[in-house]
Design a protein around this ligand. Structure first.
Ligand SMILES: [Zn+2]
Length: 429
């Protein structure tokens, strides 16, 4: 078994489930200690940090040939979302190998990239390979709950660990998408939508459930949420989405009409759900609560809405939400900004070259992620983010469904391919 596969397998065997409860990090600590030991073994002196008990983070720097150049950050999170074993074909935390795949929670989100980074870091150190510029490797806790005990904490409390870092690579990108027979595009994430988690509150008049009521908080909130559900935010064709759709059109020979991106998205198969969500802002109701007794009209009703806005739409999104929900709905929220960088420069060229060397004829294309990652925290340090965790996937595999999904798995040959691409990238970055 290759080193990268065996590392990924061992990482999956640590149940690093992030429950959102800050006190449940025992698995993360064990995984972080494992990573630190593998690095020490190869000759590194890793920095181990625990912002809260159990929430382990590991950072290490590999000096490059030219210290005057900005450093590259390669980061990955060690935590995973919960897995309900009864729904899976295999136990989710055993790292089973079957049918050419390594199975388990975290196989693609994102212990595969952690294993690739770890394997490359160890090899470079053991073989005395000096990358062109400093590389900072960071293995992080708590991404699945926003990174408050991981990336966010490090940026706030230990920013010096990232001194000189100008660019970063991590999830979600670098994976292949088979455009047509034998023609692959590799998607590089250059943008992420922003997040607005809203708490909504409507007040009304409390009273006995048997009487005439014209000021019912529950009914008013339900009406507002229905308006929101029926509302469509405007279609905005941003640069990465346009470039992605134009690139796919070029590869397939099917014409792309920028005035009708929805038709182009509909042709993308399993990618349509994710790319489609980057054509406009979205706001989905996720939680609802009101009342405490069947014959009492409560005075307050509350809901939570998961809002996601395109880069540049932050203020407009907030205004439009308030308008749709109406004046009776009180809004309060936590937000994380969108992320955006351009698809150019030496690092992007090095990504394209590394892919081309391992998969001749393939092309890299920029795209926007509809979700958020630790890039949101590192952006605060002025670091450009690229989603590039290289992975060659068989055609027909519904990759996006594996994220947080049942039977998450990574193809073994794709994982080994990814490690070779990452090693090439870090030698030429
Ligand atoms: Zn992830």
């Amino acid at each position: 078994m290759s080193e990268v596969v065996s590392l990924a397998r061992e990482l999956i065997r640590f149940d690093t489930t992030n429950t959102d409860d800050p006190s449940t990090g025992a698995g993360e600590r064990a995984a972080a200690e494992f990573v630190a030991e593998r690095l020490s073994e190869a000759g590194f002196e890793p920095v181990y940090l625990e912002p809260a008990p159990g929430r382990g983070n590991v950072v290490v720097r590999l000096p490059g040939a030219d210290p005057s150049r900005g450093a590259l950050l390669v980061h990955g999170h060690l935590d995973v979302v919960p897995a309900d074993a009864s729904e899976w074909s295999v136990p989710p935390f055993e790292g089973e190998i079957r049918d050419g795949y390594l199975w388990g929670r975290g196989a693609i989100d994102m212990k595969h990239m952690v294993a690739m980074s770890l394997a490359v870091a160890r090899r470079f150190k053991r073989d005395g390979i000096v990358p062109p510029r400093d590389i900072v490797f960071a293995f992080l806790a708590d991404e699945e709950a926003g990174g408050g005990q991981g990336a966010g904490w490090l940026v706030d409390h230990r920013p010096e660990l990232f001194d000189g870092v100008t660019e970063a690579v991590s999830e979600v990108g670098g994976f292949s998408y088979t455009v047509r027979d034998g023609v692959r595009a590799y998607l590089v994430e250059t943008a992420e939508k922003g997040v607005m988690w809203l708490r909504l509150k409507v007040r009304g008049t409390a009273g006995h459930g048997s009487m005439v009521h014209t000021d019912n908080a529950v009914a008013k909130l339900a009406a507002a949420l229905t308006r929101l559900e029926q509302h469509r935010f405007p279609l905005v064709l941003t640069e990465p989405v346009r470039d992605f759709l134009a690139g796919v059109a070029e590869l397939t020979g099917v014409e792309f009409d920028p005035d009708d991106p929805e038709t182009a998205v509909a042709r993308l198969g399993s990618l349509a759900r994710m790319i489609g969500a980057t054509l406009r802002d979205t706001a989905n109701t996720t939680m609802l609560s009101a009342g405490y007794k069947s014959n009492v009209v409560p005075s307050v009703a509350e809901a939570t809405v998961d809002g996601r806005m395109l880069p540049g739409r932050e203020a407009a999104f907030e205004r439009e939400l308030a308008e749709v929900l109406g004046p009776e709905v009180e809004m309060d929220w936590d937000s994380l900004p969108p992320v955006r960088t351009s698809f150019d420069g030496r690092l992007v060229d090095a990504m394209a070259a590394a892919i081309e060397a391992e998969d001749p004829g393939a092309r890299v294309l920029p795209y926007m992620l509809s979700a958020g990652t630790d890039a949101k925290s590192f952006q605060r340090l002025g670091i450009r983010h690229f989603g590039f965790a290289p992975l060659r996937l068989p055609p027909g595999l519904d990759f996006t469904a594996l994220f947080h999904g049942v039977d998450e798995r990574v193809p073994i040959d794709g994982l080994e391919f990814g490690e070779r691409v990452l090693a090439r990238l870090l030698r030429s970055c």
